[in-house]
Design a protein around this ligand. Sequence first.
Ligand code: 26W
Length: 765
Amino acid sequence: MQFQRKIFLQDVSRILASDYATDIEHADTRELYNAVSKAVMAEAFAQRDAHPEGKRCGYFSAEFLMGRAIFNNLMNLGILEEAGQALASVGRALGEFEEVEDAALGNGGLGRLAACYLESAATMNIPLDGYGIRYRYGLFRQTFVDGYQHEEGDDWLSWGDPWSVRVERDAVEVKFADITVRAVPYDMPIFGYKNGVANTLRLWSSEPVQAFDFEAFNDMCGDRKAEENFDATKICDVLYPNDNTMAGKMLRLRQQYFMVSASLQDIVRKHKAAGKGLKELDKSYCFQLNDTHPVLAIPELLRLLRLEGMTFEEAFGVCRKIFNFTNHTIMAEALEKWDGLAIADLLPDVYEQIACCQQRLEQEGLDPAKYFIVRDNIVHMANLAIYVSAKVNGVAEIHTNILKTDTFRDWYALYPEKFVNITNGITPRRWLLLNNPALAALIDEKIGTGWHTDLKQISAIKPYIADMVPAFRAIKGENKKKLAAYIKEHEGVDIPANFIFDVQVKRLHEYKRQMLNALSILYFYYGIKDGTIKDFPPTAFIFGAKAAPGYYMAKAIIKFINEVAKLVNSDEEVAPYMRVVFVQNYNVSYAEKIVCAADVSEQISMAGMEASGTSNMKFMLNGTVTLGTLDGANVEICEEAGAENNYIFGATVDEVATIKRYYWPAEIIEQTPALKRALETLTDGTFSDETGSLAKLYESLTAGHAPDRYLVLLDFIDYVRVKEELLRDYGSEEFWKKCLINMSAAGKFSSDRSVKDYAELIWNL
Ligand code: 26W
């Protein structure tokens, strides 16, 4: 984008005057943020390139975890420096916008992946648009009170939403059995990196069909209308904070239908208005279903096409060409199943299409024990998606293999050609250029800038690795100082910047095994205290994670780690060796600060459980070694960078399968006194916990008919062995080279590569 300082400042001043009755000198941060953003939006619109004709893909997702837009947008428009200088020239600073709230319309990996894909598609000039929900409140804000997680509403719109445009003319009505609501789209441009491309993220907001009915309100019997108003806006009120667990709530079903119905009605209407026939809809569009959350799109499109006069078979044929399905987890509790009666009650016409799909499946004469969409009145959304989709994909090689051989093995036997793997990726713009400009500049200096949009080129850094170590260390050191200062300010904990930064940041889940990390910390702590561990390399153990508000064990683990932190950080004897901090409200913006400052990337899920992981890729790209299991994309990270340059431990997927059959952790505990000691802190009064949640945690690991579901205790010994080896390697020339080898081998994990794979293998764009 062309940038002229004078015009830019004039635009900002004019918006400040018209919208806020203020000027650059007096505007508060929020006012200035809105004015700057709107000025850039208007200019980007004025300078936009013509929209390319041709087939487009719609990425249907209940979540888009966009984070903060302003810095990324200025960067991608190529005006980050200029805008910063312009503001500085009038006594303001871009840095002020560090306060701006993230758009956290997603939970974790699945939502952030959608955001990376939109950015990469725009940068690769692939016509991909996102479709989702404009939640009034995003993922909750997390604080800790006495070590327990507290949740508050995430009022992200209080900062304004200058990057979205409300498109009144595209509003549609969405009908439920009991109520009709109006869906109004808000379009957010997704700018490609310095290429003039803007794709769209279209987020739907629900509103009452009629404007407020004052007469009905005055007339006290007007209850029905009042209720309608209430229900309509409620649909988009808040993002469900569950990650990996299905809750069969009617409101969630409404959200899912609302989003896909609005998107498809809009698309069908536009297609018809362009004078094209609906039998050719798949020539103009294809849709990617981001997990099962948007799978109601299938029966909804069937319904819409039949309303237009197509037969079921004709409509089914279109759907089978147009839809594709991505699975993001194999956890049984995450696979969505809806009560058929609930769907039939709320959406009778949609349910009818689901029933027709089931009937069609039955007519194929397949084994009904293996192939069903509706069984015992339960609708299995993944089965519906697989049956009707053209392509089904997993998100890392190991994950796709598990889908083929286990989770969906019967479907794979039936449709082997449907299943493909597309390994996840991350955008190197946000996750290196933006969050780690000094390291990016160092790479540019050695190999030029081609890697910005072709990450494979980063391998050209290999010959320079030995020379780069001092500069790399200096950059990492600076990033660590900044993070330490930020943590001091926000968490009140002192982290010496010369300590090793050992980091585990991701959603809190038992399968991700934050507990394993926590127990190892106690093991080191007591080892240092009783002298069995000598010269422990000074390490700061850093955690960040939100727990779903209803996930009891996850919240207990947060409490436990906060208690461990309190114990360690208040012990002067171990102060030279360790610190522990659990940062509050971990989000995209916090991740940007953490990822560039980490020395160790903890990716320690039980093998087979983490579909891919994407933070593992972010750390790798920023020159961090992985301490991890052979799970998800860790496997491919080792293939690319060499297992010898990472720290791998624990049972493999095959071992997990055999061990689980006879697993009994009591023996392990008895044979490992140091582990026993760490575990007993959960019950022996070391920590205060009036809720009894720590005792429950102890129970889940040691008691019941299936203790320690995720093999924390089984992998413990190997984990601490490899972890100690890593910490003792730290600081050697060899160690720094490992960091840089990982960075140089991260090419595969660009989401540019992922979206190109989708475009080629699935979307045929
Ligand atoms: C119905 C409730 C629910 C909500 C979210 C079920 C499942 C989910 C997601 C599938 C959870 C998720 O984010 N999965 C993660 O997806 C990432 C992107 O593919 C992967 O990298 C992670 O390994 C996977 O856990």
